[in-house]
Design a protein. Structure first.
Length: 654
């Protein structure tokens, strides 16, 4: 661990209180929120027990709320029995069977409206098909699908019969898929012939076949959904069409009642190096925080149309597409493709046509659309929107302001949410009717979440704007259970310091004079420049605040004198300079950063590119940027990049 606190350089003073109109209709008021916080502070396990009894339908009530006897392997509600699919579907049938559960839109333009009754029937039929293929409680099933309704059906069907699903993002390579198949010991893969993305067909079945060419000896069956209808290879001894697997199956399927700590799913964190970690989440605790955060952070109400743009291959798509919204009886939008097909108005067109009220997306998507300008969103009627959200990484203040002004038309609260694959649900986020927001801040911890910024000794940093390590000091229901098959890695990764008392998030953060949390970047993204420890996110925010900059990513470059120098990759709102060189603009940007946050933060090098290297989920591959900045050969797997052709620009050779 580093020995000094991380210095804060960002100075953001704008504030945005919730409107009286929003307060008047919100389900959770400031007084209600204060009551929740007080109850949680008085007795945290009792607080969560009360929430669990209110929000979850239990087949067998729990008698033990929290078992801490084998910390950090905490067990929540473990002797209670429930079923996640029952809580997402069956319990709504008596009163809301005809309500729309899913509005699906494919990238080619095909649409479907699926009611809760129909979704329940689809899930039960497919659950019976899985059982007919030999899948039992505890078996692992890989789901490698496009972002279509059937991906959610497959997840819910696994949950219904007690099987453990592991969704693999449809943009991952055969190697990445193979690694996850082998680590889970899965018996089955559910995939499709292909999916539509970016105007192309993603060859999911062909990639699956490639992954299965070597090893993966546990796989017995591959179920293939026909989405695109193009020709594919078909192994009659192993492969079965989804429609054939469902043939003759009943639309009734009794739920498998499981203990609350039964694994609901495994989700692998991706990285450029090292073996992926299989994050294991429980059924009961995970579902509880998925539900409470839908209510607290999104103010979900009966007539809302909720659209989280994340793919189900990521934790956001699990919690805020497949489970949380359905468990609260919401109507959700699922969109198969990218936001720029057929043009950059696709998101706003969907919002207009389907009357979306809550829109939740990533800062990377916001910045990409911001780069294109306001013409497209101004062409659509976005008055149905009442709440906006961001997820995935800190949002820089200028992107926040564009989102607020152009998309929210200065009337929609923005909930900037901090959480992780490992936390399962929001940990730090605004409650929209109760929180005054600040552009770039995720604001305050939610009720029952004991988040803090600490130094290397684990002592809370009380001085305002002094950065440190972001930790959570008490267990919470949706927390990671372990790393699949590797308990020691779980302990070493998430509980390595502070005598194993605090969960280490891996993020650096600070709190301002009013106690607001500001995420400063990953701990391993902190730069050490001449003894000053600087968070990359704040330098990036300063760059993007310049009128000509659309996006920026900052990494460290080895330096003989400073230890590290600051290397910035910049995407401009206009064209990239000829040959990637513009000395005058580079000086202007360096001086701009110096004026915004001080000379110590001036980038030593600025390289221009048409885009940053992002995975198909929108994540910036920062390890790749560090490799390029240090002049090393690229050894990382780049097959998950949205555009591999960007690499020569980033390397400064094109």
């Amino acid at each position: 661990m580093a020995q000094e606190n991380i210095q804060s350089t960002l100075n953001e003073v704008r504030i945005f209180p919730p409107s009286q109109d929003f307060i008047n209709t919100a389900a959770l008021s400031a007084d209600n929120l204060a009551t929740l916080h007080a109850k949680a502070k008085q007795d945290n396990p009792a607080f969560w027990a009360e929430q669990a009894r209110q929000e979850i339908d239990w087949q067998q009530p729990f008698t033990t709320t929290l078992d801490e006897s084998n910390a950090p392997f905490y067990r929540w509600f473990h002797d209670g029995k429930l079923n996640a699919s029952y809580n997402c579907l069956d319990r709504h049938l008596a009163s809301n069977a005809d309500k729309t559960a899913i509005i699906f839109e494919g990238e080619p333009g095909d649409t479907q409206h699926i009611s809760y009754r129909e979704l329940h029937q689809r899930v039960c039929r497919f659950a019976n098909a899985l059982k007919n293929q030999g899948i039992q409680r505890g078996d692992r099933v890989i789901i490698y699908m496009p972002m279509i309704t059937e991906a959610v059906v497959a997840m819910q069907a696994c949950a219904r019969i007690g099987a453990i699903h592991s969704v693999v993002f449809g943009g991952f390579s055969a190697t990445s898929l193979k690694d996850r198949i082998e680590d889970t010991g899965a018996k089955m893969i559910i995939t499709a012939d292909g999916g539509h993305r970016g105007g192309k067909i993603i060859e999911l079945k062909a990639i699956t076949d490639q992954a299965l060419e070597t090893a993966c000896e546990h796989i017995e069956t591959v179920i293939v959904y026909q989405r695109t209808g193009h020709d594919i290879n078909f192994n009659a001894e192993r492969d079965i069409w989804w429609s054939d697997a469902e043939l003759g199956q009943s639309t009734d399927c009794e739920p498998e009642w499981v203990n609350a700590d039964h694994p609901l799913f495994l989700l692998y964190t991706s990285g450029s190096t090292g073996k992926p970690k299989g994050i294991q989440h429980s059924t009961g605790g995970y579902l509880l925080n998925a539900i409470t955060t839908m209510r607290w952070v999104f103010d979900i109400q009966n007539n809302d149309v909720f659209w989280c743009t994340a793919d189900v291959g990521w934790i956001t798509g699990h919690t805020y597409v497949a489970y949380g919204p359905l468990a609260t009886g919401a109507t959700i939008v699922i969109y198969e493709g990218v936001p720029t097909v057929p043009d950059a108005g696709r998101f706003w067109d969907i919002c207009q046509r389907h009357q979306v009220t809550i829109f939740y997306t990533a800062p990377t998507a916001i910045r990409a659309l911001m780069k294109i300008g306001g013409t497209f969103p101004h062409s659509y009627d976005l008055t149905s929107l009442r709440l906006l959200g961001t997820v995935g990484e800190p949002i820089n203040p200028e992107a926040w302001m564009w989102y607020h002004n152009i998309i929210g038309q200065q009337r929609c609260p923005i909930v900037d949410t901090w959480w992780q694959t490992e936390t399962g649900a929001h940990m730090i986020a605004p409650v929209p009717a109760a929180t005054i927001t600040k552009p770039g801040s995720c604001t305050h911890a939610l009720p029952g979440i004991d988040a803090a910024v600490v130094n290397q000794q684990g002592e809370e940093i009380t001085e305002a704007n002094q950065g440190g390590f972001l930790v959570i000091r008490q267990p919470w229901p949706s927390m990671i259970q372990t790393v699949w098959g590797d308990d020691q890695r779980y302990k070493d990764t998430y509980w390595p310091y502070f005598d194993g008392r605090y969960y280490l998030s891996g993020d650096s953060a600070r709190r301002d004079e009013e106690g607001y949390f500001w995420i400063m970047g990953r701990i391993d993204d902190v730069l050490n420049v001449s003894g000053h420890r600087l968070g990359t996110m704040e330098i990036e925010s300063a760059l993007v605040a310049h009128e000509r900059v659309a996006e920026a990513a900052v990494v460290g470059q080895p330096h003989d004198i400073k230890g590290e120098s600051i290397f910035a990759y910049v995407v401009l709102k206009g064209d990239r300079p000829t040959d990637g060189v513009d000395d005058a603009l580079t000086k202007e940007l360096r001086d701009w950063v110096g004026s915004q946050i001080g000379a110590i933060a001036k980038p030593d090098n600025i390289r221009y590119a048409d885009n940053l290297p992002k995975t198909r989920s929108g994540k910036i591959m920062r390890r790749l940027l560090r490799t390029i900045a240090s002049g090393e050969a690229i050894t990382q797997d780049t097959s998950t990049l949205e555009n591999e052709g960007i690499l020569p620009q980033l390397q400064g050779i094109a």
